[in-house]
Write a protein that binds this ligand. Structure first.
Ligand code: C2O
Ligand code: CU
Ligand code: CU
Length: 470
């Protein structure tokens, strides 16, 4: 347990303005060094205090080879941070990498100083405490990753990424559903097992810069083609995160459909039955997978062809479906069906009549409104508390997944088609030559918030801008 004095000190290191120190008695302090933090004690604000250390190491990712990687706490993916709405989170971060880094808590609504954006790099050998409170209503699936200027793609490809699961006190889905976390990534290796980062001026380096670096080896939680088991009749809750630099997954499970129940910022109002799901870089989904097949059978989670590319650098094998995970039915007798709720939670609409500005963002190849990012420039200035519409116009022939830090938004329409249902998102894929519109309210937290394409090569080459909320 940390003392109140230590807590205040760690809070102070982050800048007093951003930290509201609650009156509290620490109830549970657990470490994620051994994996996931258990959740119990729903009645008081918990302090979740963890240590994360980024360091180089060597791991076996592909058969018969060791690869030089970067990990959080020696794990790839990093430990899953499992917290509850209302929790006070204190992360003691230590950078043992040979280069500056940060930890960005992708999708969480937290103070600017804790955002881990390029404004707050942690030099090699240094430490930083990230302190924030998990806001009510934000239960969902998030992730953390480095965000240093120009090196985000490199550091994530080296292995630095992990999941954050935020739980609500009252979750509408039955607690009896077993959960699976699937973090999708891809990578590319040289024959000696090292990661392939080509010279930027080489043909493959130029293709990476255009496409976003892709690799032929697909991973789920750092494993190639792992197997999950399910019992006939069982319903499982899957949380899926796309941690790839550029790859868009078009997920389908052979012989099954999904009940799509949630997105980046948590559950929908009601489940939606779908055959497949498009998951762009940084997006998350929550799915219910129903074990509709008979005992002993099996299925494969696949990614189907999806053409996000410009023709000149489209990979030759883009058209091939790829298996990414095996689902094996146990031989046990089928379970009786369980009732699933039809209503999950209300999502109050943000009111377009309240919007006081429309921010137009024109995406071209590598540029937003014709510019690359400048840390000393503010691109958009908005008042704290304002509601605004953002209109993201993609004027080029490849998809760009657009991400805004700090605030969840509601997509209003895509290419003039009203969004069929409401949900909270922080990343929206804008397909080639299409326009998306979303509405956002800067409810809290003044500061400088990045917005960018989440194809990491695009982001690193400056397809990013700054929103200052004040
Ligand atoms: Cu996933 Cu600017 O981040
Ligand atoms: Cu982010
Ligand atoms: Cu892009």
């Amino acid at each position: 347990m940390i003392s109140r004095r230590e807590f205040l000190e760690s809070a102070a290191r982050l800048g007093a303005a951003a930290v509201i120190v609650p009156e509290y008695v620490p109830r549970r302090i657990e470490s994620i060094d051994s994996g996931t933090i258990a959740v119990n004690d729903i009645h008081s604000q918990r302090i979740v205090e963890v240590t994360l250390t980024a360091a180089p190491t060597r791991l076996s990712l592909i058969p018969d080879a060791l690869t030089e990687v970067y990990t959080y706490n020696g794990r790839l993916p990093g430990p899953t941070l499992e917290v509850r709405e209302g929790d006070r989170v204190i992360v003691h971060f230590r950078n043992e990498l040979p280069e500056p880094t940060t930890i960005h808590w992708h999708g969480l609504h937290i103070p600017f100083v804790a955002d881990g954006s390029p404004f707050h790099p942690v030099p090699p050998g240094k430490q930083l405490d990230y302190v924030f409170t998990i806001q009510p209503g934000t239960a969902g699936t998030y992730w953390y990753h480095p965000h240093p200027n120009h090196r985000t793609g490199y550091q994530i490809a080296k292995g630095l990424y992990g999941a954050i699961i935020v739980r609500a006190a009252g979750d509408p889905l039955p607690a009896s559903l077993s959960e699976r976390l699937l973090i999708l990534s891809d990578n590319r290796f040289l024959p000696d097992g090292s990661l392939d980062f080509p010279d930027l001026r080489s043909p493959s380096g130029r293709a990476d810069a255009e496409n976003g670096r892709e690799g032929k080896v697909l991973f789920v939680n750092g494993k190639i083609m792992p197997t999950l088991s399910i019992r006939s009749g069982e319903v499982q809750r899957w949380r899926v995160i796309n941690a790839s630099a550029g790859r868009i997954y078009r997920l389908s499970l052979t012989g099954h459909s999904f009940l799509h129940v949630g997105s980046d910022g948590g559950l929908f109002e009601r489940p939606i039955e779908v055959k497949e799901i498009l998951l762009a870089p940084a997006e998350r989904v929550e799915l219910l997978v129903r074990g509709t097949e008979s005992p002993g059978s099996s299925a494969r989670l696949q990614t189907l062809p999806y053409d996000r590319y410009v023709p000149q650098t489209r990979p030759g094998d883009w058209i091939d479906p790829r298996d990414i995970l095996a689902l094996r039915y146990t031989t046990e007798s089928p379970l009786a069906p369980i009732a699933l709720p039809e209503l999950l939670r209300p999502i109050p609409p943000l009111d377009t009549a309240q919007a006081t500005a429309t921010q137009v963002m024109v995406l071209s190849q590598g540029l937003i409104n014709g510019k690359t990012m400048d840390m000393n420039r503010v691109d958009v200035r908005s008042p704290l508390g304002a509601t605004e519409i953002w209109q993201i116009e993609n004027i080029v022939g490849m998809d760009h997944p657009f991400h805004l830090h700090g605030f969840q938004f509601q997509v209003l329409e895509r290419d003039g088609v009203p969004e069929p249902y409401r949900c909270w998102k922080d990343t929206v894929n804008v397909p080639k030559h299409q326009t998306a519109r979303f509405i956002v309210r800067y409810a809290d937290y003044p500061g400088k918030w990045m917005f960018h394409c989440h194809i990491l090569d695009h982001e690193d080459h400056g397809m990013m801008g700054i929103l200052e909320v004040q």
